[in-house]
Design a protein around this ligand. Structure first.
Ligand code: AMP
Length: 440
């Protein structure tokens, strides 16, 4: 049902894209002129989306310049890209903006921006893996000296050409990220890059094709090419790979563009023909993701961030927290740290863990509220009354005569929608959690 819904909301059929290869230097205007010509050319060719490489904005000659030239995503320079997207009716993937942040100007983010054909930002992905490499006598590039790593897994975004997973360059070496995107419904994976010459010669195409084959996704990799300054040179070979692993478009080493057709039906065909995802042995291994919200390290309850002060118990897999709109005095929730909708999505270890936590919480609640009974239930799926699509066990302290026959279940299914039930304040919730935390 969910898959049908996702499919219905996603782009279908055939789409045309342009993939750009640049030699960015430290002259922002010159880089912009190159990009502008490419966007206009893509627009004339009726491409729906144009992909730019990491450092499309600039490549500085040293660390100081990398930091000093960084900008915000709302600056005038990026506004010009937004205007071009609108004028040419294209979506843009701007891979790897040197993205200034008010909290730490010495280390900008490396941010992949997706801008729609109205010039609006659809999503921002901050590069998770920073490229620190030294091959003596050949290359030394320490990205962590002038950038900071993102902390957030960003789900794939629905674009005009299909559901797109976001990464940047060095991320391609960490297959878990692509696998997670595929599991979240990605049909396309993007790797805007500035691969060094040495690593490009050895690994570029192999890594990209592996990600395409194992995830049965199109892989779109815009690239930097040639000498940016006396110290830095990129490999080039921007390319598009289909979900069977064939390179369907490629630039050589000069500043250029390549064009490709994206056929989402082909993605479906490959997945039906060779359903590797249903052959995975999730009883033996699994992808474990510590899904936390961005900067603050708080846990996620679906799209909601649960402040640490509302959490009163946690284990490696699960956490217990107080309820926003409790149905009874003593109504709390236990969830897996991993954001998944159904109990059946949990691994055996997560399942064991969440029920052990539920038992401990139940014992604490009964003692604290001086009751001898509890209702413990999971509404698993929308039709079962689930309103937050993230597994959660309700634990409610029960008192004699507190609800009529099975009325509790009707109450649970509807309490969030009752206008008279107002969300509690964070102070109320934090002080309840503090009491439970001490008792746990
Ligand atoms: P269900 O209807 O089974 O999906 O239950 C969702 C539960 O989550 C309800 O009891 C809500 O009151 C509760 N809830 C929703 N948002 C939050 C939140 N941000 N913090 C704590 N509890 C929440």
């Amino acid at each position: 049902m969910l898959t049908t819904l996702i499919r219905r909301t996603m782009a279908t059929g055939r789409h045309f894209i342009a993939v750009c290869q640049m030699t960015s230097g430290n002259d922002l205007e010159k880089n912009f002129e190159t990009a502008k010509n490419m966007i206009e050319r893509a627009g004339e060719k009726k491409c729906e989306m144009v992909f730019f490489p990491e450092c499309f904005d600039f490549i500085g000659i040293n660390k100081t310049e990398q930091v000093d030239l960084a900008m915000t995503a709302n600056c005038e320079y990026i506004q010009r890209y937004r205007d071009l997207a609108k004028q040419n009716n294209v979506w843009l993937s701007l891979g790897g903006l040197h993205h200034k942040d008010s909290s730490d100007n010495a280390h900008p983010w490396n941010t992949h921006l997706i801008i729609d054909s109205q010039g609006e930002t659809r999503v921002e992905y901050k590069k998770l893996h920073l490229f620190d490499l030294e091959i003596p006598g050949k290359v030394r590039l320490m990205e962590s000296e002038f950038s900071k790593a993102g902390n957030e897994m960003v789900p794939p975004v629905d674009t005009v050409i299909g559901r797109l997973g976001l990464s940047i360059c060095y991320d391609v070496r960490f297959p878990e990220l692509s696998l997670w995107n595929r599991k979240r419904g990605a049909q396309l994976l993007s790797f805007p890059s500035a691969f060094t010459l040495n690593t490009g010669l050895a690994h570029w195409e192999t890594l990209l094709r592996a990600r395409a084959i194992e995830n049965q996704c199109y892989v779109i990799a815009a690239a930097q090419t040639g000498a940016h300054n006396p110290k830095r040179q990129s490999y080039g070979h921007a390319m598009v790979i289909d979900p069977w692993g064939a390179v369907v478009a490629q630039c050589s080493e000069r500043v250029d563009m390549c064009f490709a057709e994206i056929d989402l039906n082909y993605v479906e065909n490959i997945r039906e023909m060779q359903p590797v995802f249903s052959h995975r042995r999730s009883d033996l291994y699994t992808l474990h993701v510590n899904e936390r919200s961005a900067e603050d390290g708080n846990l996620k309850f679906s799209e909601f961030t649960i402040p640490n002060s509302h959490v009163f118990y946690s284990t490696p897999h699960s956490f217990a927290f107080v309820n926003l709109k409790p149905v009874t005095d003593g109504h709390v929730l236990v969830s897996p740290k991993r954001v998944v909708q159904h109990l059946t999505d949990l691994t055996d270890s997560e399942t064991a863990d969440i029920f052990i936590v539920a038992k401990k919480v139940q014992a604490m609640l009964e003692k604290h509220h001086n009751v001898k009974a509890s209702t413990i239930c999971i509404q698993d799926g929308e039709e079962a009354g689930q309103t937050v699509p993230h597994v959660h066990i309700h634990i409610l302290a029960r008192r004699s005569g507190d609800f009529g026959d099975n009325e509790i279940y009707r109450k649970l299914a509807s309490h969030d929608k009752e206008p008279e039930r107002k969300p509690r304040t964070t102070e109320q919730m934090s002080s309840e959690a503090e009491v439970y935390r001490k008792l746990m």
